[in-house]
Design a protein around this ligand. Structure first.
Ligand code: PEP
Ligand code: MG
Length: 930
């Protein structure tokens, strides 16, 4: 045998040996641990954290972690602990005893243990925990030496332990929700007998009696004795924690959060430390930075003479961490040192649980702290400045959706808490426009305008909104609708205008004549009248009664309102740094969906590199435009239609010129008319009368015409390019307006780049016909104006057939833009507006894991897109590709667009920063997987 061969065999032997006798217990204590932070899979999050903290010299009570693999073996063996595990546990207990100078079961100096679960992913409160393990009738005396207070403390710990053990290990927990915990019942009876109110008023003697009563109850109910042997207690507790991995609560949580059942939980056994040993003890939670604002200072709270549960249960009001400096100066310094070490080491904000026992500090847990969107940005940017992390890491740390908190007004956290705590949360709808709005209720768009004009802040509440409400919507701080999904009219408009909106709030019903909105709440029906205050949380969809204070966004004040200087706006500066780094990295371009010059200006301020969708029908919402638009729709002859179009042409030309100017040479994709006609027709008598006057027709005649235009399925009806095919003069007028505006702006010395987009194309022929019309009109205008401008003609891919026939369509198109709103609607055959009815059930039954109108359905709609990209580019390799459905601003969809090789995403102006960050993350993530 050669030397090398011998070595290889020896190595293999060692590996085989190691595999045969897998390490099942990882010890930590005395400044050294067997595990480390990278072993979450094996040790769970908590176990890995305890090991790592021990290794870097954080004061952690010693103990050991039984691995998740043992959990798997436990279930494989029919819920039995593996043989020999007991011996290994004994050895680890002995090491713990040596470090603590105490012994399990020792009547004089007993070691007490905590036994806790700890899976790979945090599952707060889902599994079981046992504290004070090791107490029995002998050891309780050892714990209680040192006076009356100590004796009381010992019996208090003992009765808690017996109750917890009874519940968790011996099956005393009530099974039906009507039943009460038997130990609670006995405790209450004891207090009544003693004539006292609080648990703390019971004496050591009372508590001792309770222990005996608890044990008798266990014997009576379960026919077993409470185990006095501490080691038997320990094996029972470990078994119970493994069992709790499969309890119904944990099972439901896992399903909800996509945690696989075969991950299993680890068990952490650790020496107990007590925060409730007297006034020199305390317990608390702390964050290494403020999790709400991100400020770089220790943040947290603590309770003197208390146990961890007391902080969480919120029975006593805890003190601010800063007060610790006075009461426990040594421990406070220790905590600052822990903060420094943890941040240097983990390079992220940490959330810790700590206990001070007799003046000495212990850390019991650490993990990456949850934070607000606001804090997320601040912490990431400041950690780069502090050289703790690099820019790429910072970009990956920030949740793109969280940027909303920097871009929108938000509720004062305390004020919202108070409002919901006071029972003012009335209903929930779909959060269609993020931000916080508080204002007085109005039910009609013209009221919104009138009230706003006299200085009132208003929230427009309606069953649904329509294009004629647009000015009222603009005058409101937010809107609430009972109807519609995330791509309904109200939702689209809200996001484009940057308004707060809740849609599909099915609990709301309206009595317009009486001017009342009724909300069906859990506590009964609540009526809100016109003028009453209401607050909308557009992040969560919560509708809150009354006023809730809000704070404006610094970023919007600097970039859009321009009433704040960047140098006075630290949160703007951090936003600008972060997005600057994102722009250096991303490859996807970002464009905006905007159809008004002011929206285009906001889009540029938020980083738009072009306009990806200008919905021309939205341009008719403005002052004086809806009339001619309606005339055009109800026209019955080409002549009448041309007359109405002639009125619209100059209005459109001006709008286009305004947008070209605002975009300063950037590309502007203008879509030809695509109105679901029903949205534009007058709904009320007054509207019909006005239209009759304008057209010189009779009201009766118009009513017949409107009835004629009614469609069974307007979303699948006479809309999109179908209108331009039936009435070419509409496309002609629009193309004239576009090219005239382009020539005018170009004549003034500014670059223009129009891209004309044909909607709802399903066949190449449709595109051919419309494209030819556009190109002929362009030539005509160029000849008239004596100048030419560059332009493109392309199509939306929003009908499934277009994705299938993308090869042929590409031959006639300069670009494709995916209209994923309609593509989703038509792929699922599920109406954009009616989705709220279906959504709740579909989410609850895991048919959808997210609203497909919010995040692209990868397997269906995503596949159609993939097909369209490959078929289109096969015919035209340089075909420009974008997306302009609402998904363009959704981070998961942005990632898909990057994977599909699109050139740009287009979204509403206020989502651009989210798209920019998501596009940078898409690159970083794709590099990581490559
Ligand atoms: C789409 O369908 O995705 C789209 C952008 O068009 P609209 O929302 O106007 O139908
Ligand atoms: Mg569409």
């Amino acid at each position: 045998m050669t030397k090398a061969f011998k070595k290889a065999v020896a190595k293999r032997k060692i590996r085989t040996l190691a595999r045969g006798a897998k390490k099942r217990i990882y010890f930590f204590g005395g400044g050294k641990a067997d595990g480390n932070k990278d072993m979450k899979t094996l040790l769970g999050g908590k176990g890995a954290g305890l090991a790592e903290m021990t290794n870097i010299g954080i004061p952690v009570p010693p103990g050991f972690t039984i691995t998740t693999e043992v959990c798997t073996a436990f279930y494989a063996g029919g819920r039995k602990l593996p043989a020999a595990l007991g011996t290994e546990i004994r050895a680890s207990v002995a090491r713990t005893e040596a470090l603590q100078g105490a012994k399990l079961g020792d009547p004089k100096k007993p070691l007490l243990l905590s036994v806790r679960s700890g899976a790979r992913a945090s599952m707060p409160g889902m599994m079981d925990t046992i504290l004070n393990l090791g107490l029995n009738d002998l050891t309780v005396a050892g714990l209680g030496t040192g006076g009356a207070a100590a004796a009381r403390f010992a019996y208090d710990s003992y009765r808690r332990f017996v109750a917890m053990y009874g519940d968790v290990v011996l099956g005393m927990k009530p099974e039906r929700k009507e039943d009460r915990d038997p130990f609670e019942v006995l405790l209450e009876r004891k207090k009544r007998a003693r004539g006292v109110k609080g648990d703390a008023d019971l004496s050591a003697g009372d508590l001792k009696e309770l222990v005996a009563e608890f044990k008798a109850e266990i014997r009576a109910k379960r026919g077993v004795d409470f185990p006095e042997d501490p080691f038997e207690q320990l094996l029972g507790a470990v078994t119970a924690v493994f069992n709790s991995w499969e309890n119904p609560r944990a099972d439901a949580y896992r399903k909800l959060n996509g945690i696989p059942a075969d991950w299993g939980t680890a068990v952490n056994v650790q020496a107990m430390v007590f925060g409730n040993k007297g006034n020199d003890s305390a317990t608390g939670v702390a964050f290494t930075r403020d999790p709400a604002s991100g400020k770089n200072e220790l943040y947290g709270e603590f309770l003197i003479n208390a146990q961890g549960e007391d902080v969480v249960a919120g029975i006593r009001t805890p003190d601010k961490i800063s007060a610790l400096e006075k009461d426990f100066p040594g421990a406070y310094r220790g905590l600052l040192e822990v903060r420094r070490k943890l941040e240097r080491h983990f390079r992220d904000m940490q959330d810790i649980e700590f206990t001070i026992e007799a003046g000495k500090l212990y850390v019991l847990q650490c993990r990456n702290g949850k934070r607000t969107g606001f804090a997320g940005v601040r912490i990431a940017v400041e950690m780069v400045e502090e050289k703790l992390i690099g820019k790429k890491e910072a970009l990956l740390r920030v949740e793109p959706e969280g940027l909303n908190q920097l871009l929108r007004p938000v509720f004062e956290a305390r004020a919202k808490q108070e409002a919901t705590g006071a029972g003012r949360l009335l209903a929930k709808g779909l959060p269609a426009g993020p931000g916080a709005a508080t204002g007085r209720i109005v039910f009609f768009a013209d009221d919104a305008e009138a009230w706003a004009a006299r200085g009132e802040t208003v929230v427009l509440c309606r069953h649904e909104t329509s294009p004629e409400d647009i000015r009222g919507m603009n005058a409101s701080v937010g809107f609430l609708t009972a109807f519609g999904g995330m791509t309904s009219h109200a939702a689209l408009v809200a996001r484009q205008m940057g308004k707060v909106a809740i849609v599909g709030c099915e609990a709301a019903s309206f009595d317009y004549p009486q001017r009342v909105m009724t909300l069906a709440t859990a506590a009964g029906r609540r009526e809100l009248r016109e003028g009453a205050w209401v607050s909308l949380d557009g992040f969560t969809g919560e509708v809150i009664e009354g006023r809730v204070e809000t704070t404006a966004s610094e970023v919007v004040r600097v970039l859009v309102a321009r009433d704040l200087a960047a140098k006075d706006a630290p949160s703007y500066q951090r936003y600008a740094s972060l997005l600057g780094w994102a722009d250096e990295i991303r490859r996807l371009r970002v464009r905006a969906n905007a159809d008004q010059p002011d929206q285009a200006a906001a889009a540029v301020a938020f980083g738009a590199e072009g306009i990806g969708l200008c919905r021309t029908e939205h341009m008719f919402f403005g002052e004086g435009k809806i009339g001619p638009m309606r005339e055009m729709i109800v026209a019955e002859t080409e002549e009448a239609r041309r007359q109405a179009l002639a009125k619209l042409l100059p209005l459109q030309r001006e709008d286009f010129a305004g947008i070209f100017r605002a975009m300063a040479g950037r590309a502007v994709t203008i879509r030809t008319l695509d109105p679901p006609l029903h949205e534009f027709l007058p709904h009320d008598e007054a509207g019909i009368v006005a239209l009759a006057t304008a057209t010189g027709r009779s009201v009766a005649d118009l009513k017949v015409r409107i009835e004629d235009l009614r469609e069974a399925n307007p979303m699948l009806g006479h809309r999109g390019c179908r209108l331009g095919i039936s009435y070419p003069e509409i496309t002609e007028m629009q193309a004239s307006a576009i090219f005239e505006a382009a020539c005018d702006v170009a004549a003034a010395g500014q670059k223009v780049l129009p891209e004309i987009m044909i909607p709802l194309v399903g066949t190449r022929k449709e595109l051919d016909l419309q494209s030819r019309l556009v190109r002929e009109t362009a030539e005509q205008v160029f000849a008239e104006r004596g100048r030419r401008v560059d332009y493109l003609v392309g199509t939306m891919i929003e009908v499934p057939r277009a994705a299938l026939a993308a090869g042929a369509i590409a031959e006639a198109a300069d670009f494709f833009s995916f209209g994923t709103n309609d593509l989703t609607q038509m792929t699922f055959g599920l109406s954009r507006d009616d989705v709220p009815r279906v959504l709740a059930d579909y989410l609850a039954r895991d048919i959808f894991n997210v609203d497909p109108f919010v995040s692209i359905d990868r397997d269906g709609v995503g596949e159609l897109m993939r097909m369209a990209v490959s078929r289109g580019r096969a015919k035209k390799p340089k075909l420009k590709l974008g997306i302009c459905g609402e998904h363009g601003g959704d981070p998961a969809s942005v990632l898909l667009c990057q994977e599909l090789g699109l050139d740009y995403v287009s979204c509403s102006p206020y989502r651009l920063p989210i798209a920019r960050l998501a596009a940078a993350q898409a690159i970083l993530k794709s590099r990581a997987t490559a």
